[in-house]
Design a binder for this molecule. Structure first.
Ligand SMILES: *[C@@H]1O[C@H](CO)[C@@H](O)[C@H](O)[C@H]1NC(C)=O
Length: 547
């Protein structure tokens, strides 16, 4: 549990204890608690008081139905909000009991409620960001993306497509090098069909969860692949692709790295097959054109493109799925012992590093040639509970990682934050400090620690050259799936562990650089016997008050 969650719980406990009192004394008591915390400094005290006020306000809203949100559940604590999109799904599910127009009305009112909530939600996020300097440091961590940094593309009650905001929308300065990459997450419920469409982008697909069938239509053929967790496949720009989740219980989740081919950083889906929803692009053409192009009468065309209203992800029966596979023309049978032709599974590779503390799997252009053209690799890191990776950096690659499962945290050394933050205060100071120069006084550290808690779905960007470490929580393994951008000729350089960079320096260089005898350097740098995965810190970092 994060500090913030436990804090709010503590406040709730306080509020309960004094439930007989009136509101004000509760708040007062909470504030008093903040003031008597010995370990807090002034800023932390102020932040504490603000949180008291926030918690109290939340509680009042809940009690008095403030805002009239029936959908706020009991456990929906302020710091642990279900996202609006999750609530939309629930709401739309509720509409399923109704039919026809009533259902549509129900769905559209869900949608309206969602838009309102989303605004409020984003407003809250912004407000949080504006609160207190202490928090700002965390909130301003531009390398971490959470649920609210995704925009939602096509969605139905049976699944959704979530697209991460443009990296350069977060920070132009930091992310120009990966401007033309986008991350999209597809989620399809059990027994669903994702309507055929094509993108104006190259896609590298990683199957994060579930099983299914992917069908790709190119100029003169169709290929169907069985896909399963750990599979990697490429969908070339403009390929018409569709998906079936043929599992009865499990969701199918795909992480896609998109490389737009037309407008840098932007891509769109194009639906031909469809109707009103998904809206078919055929519908925009003039009737005369369509009549001539199809060589049929207008009423037939209107009828065909006027039917579909169920959205881009449809619930299907097992029979429908089987029916589809009976009509296979090319490709392979999607049931029974079919090979995953055309896909490549990351788990079937030998791990690059493996010990009791974790495994690293890597797939690059030596395994899949097309990765050379894309200049991308894919890695999967499985860190055992309580363990950690080596401190290391990538020589030229930037990693875009998604927490696939589990929880933990990461730390990274970053030289950019200071200059981003202090541009106004210390004009020119960043110019004075040449790269490689030693800092002169200890109150202007050049590197800042960037850190964040990691949980399923969190996205982290680790730029080239930046020293980085990831740690699994004490209760769960941490599984990170990463797209490694600019992967060709990339090397990982370890900064701790058996083969670290410092150990390779000659004696004189070590002694000059550290200003101590080599023996003392070696005592530190030669003690770790493991190479890439280590036993984790005895105490886990507790200070993630932003989570
Ligand atoms: C991940 O690690 C756990 C042990 O911590 C192990 O049981 C599991 O098989 C590992 N998964 C992979 C894919 O290596």
């Amino acid at each position: 549990m994060s500090t913030k969650e436990s804090f709010c719980l503590a406040v709730f406990a306080l509020l309960l204890v004094s439930a007989f009192g009136v509101k004000d004394p509760e708040l007062k008591q909470c504030k008093h608690q903040c003031k008597v915390q010995q370990q807090f400094d002034e800023r932390q005290r102020e932040a504490c008081v603000r949180r008291c006020e926030e918690c109290s306000r939340q509680k009042q809203e809940r009690e008095h139905g403030g805002g009239g949100h029936g959908s706020y559940g009991e456990e929906d604590q302020y710091w642990n909000r279900e996202s609006p999109i999750e609530r939309l799904r629930e709401c739309v599910k509720g509409c399923e009991t109704q039919r026809g127009q009533q259902r549509e009305r129900c769905q559209s009112s869900c949608q309206k409620e969602y838009e309102k909530e989303r605004e409020r939600y984003e407003g809250n996020e912004r407000q949080e960001e504006e609160e207190g300097e202490e928090k700002q440091q965390h909130e301003e961590n531009p390398y971490v993306f959470k649920d609210h940094h995704f925009v939602t593309g096509p969605q139905t009650q049976h699944g959704r497509v979530r697209i991460l905001q443009k990296f350069t929308d977060r920070s132009k300065k930091l992310f120009r090098g990966i401007e033309n990459y986008r991350l999209a997450i597809y989620e399809a419920d059990p027994l669903t069909f994702v309507v055929p469409n094509h993108w104006d982008a190259e896609a590298l697909v990683f199957v994060a969860k579930g099983k299914g069938t992917a069908s790709l239509v190119t100029k003169d053929r169709r290929e169907s692949f069985n896909i399963k967790e750990g599979d990697i496949l490429r969908i070339k720009a403009g390929t018409t692709a569709y998906l079936i989740n043929r599992d009865q219980n499990e969701r199918l989740v795909l992480a896609n790295l998109m490389q737009p081919v037309s407008t840098p950083g932007n891509f769109e889906a194009f639906y031909g097959a469809g109707g009103e929803n998904p809206e078919s692009f055929y519908r925009v053409f003039s009737n005369e054109i369509l009549e001539a192009a199809f060589n049929v009468r207008r009423d037939k065309i209107e009828k065909l493109f006027g039917q579909q209203r169920q959205g881009a992800i449809l619930k299907v029966s097992r029979e429908q799925i089987q029916g589809m596979s009976h009509h296979e023309e090319g490709g392979i049978w999607p049931f029974g012992g079919g090979e995953s032709k055309g896909t490549f599974n990351i788990y079937e590779q030998h791990p690059t590093h493996a010990n009791q503390f974790g495994q690293l799997y890597e797939v690059d252009s030596s395994h899949l040639r097309f990765l050379q053209d894309l200049d991308v690799a894919v890695t999967l890191t499985n860190i055992s509970r309580g363990a950690m990776t080596a401190l290391y950096y990538n020589s030229r690659a930037t990693k875009i990682c998604v927490v696939k499962d589990g929880a933990g945290f990461y730390e990274m050394a970053c030289p950019h934050m200071k200059s981003l933050q202090s541009q106004n205060h210390h004009e020119g100071s960043s110019q004075r400090e040449q790269p490689g120069s030693r800092r002169e006084s200890s109150d202007t550290p050049r590197y800042q620690k960037i850190s964040s808690r990691l949980k399923r779905g969190t996205v982290v960007v680790v730029p080239a050259g930046h020293p980085f470490v990831a740690v699994a929580s004490n209760n769960q393994n941490l599984q990170l799936m990463c797209f490694v951008v600019h992967a060709n000729d990339n090397e990982k350089h370890a900064l701790a562990g058996k083969r670290n960079v410092i150990n390779k320096l000659e004696r004189g260089a070590k002694e000059l650089a550290f200003g101590v005898p080599e023996r003392e350097v070696d005592q530190v740098f030669r003690s770790q016997e493991e190479e890439f995965f280590f036993k984790g810190p005895r105490q886990q970092a507790r200070d993630f008050s932003d989570m």
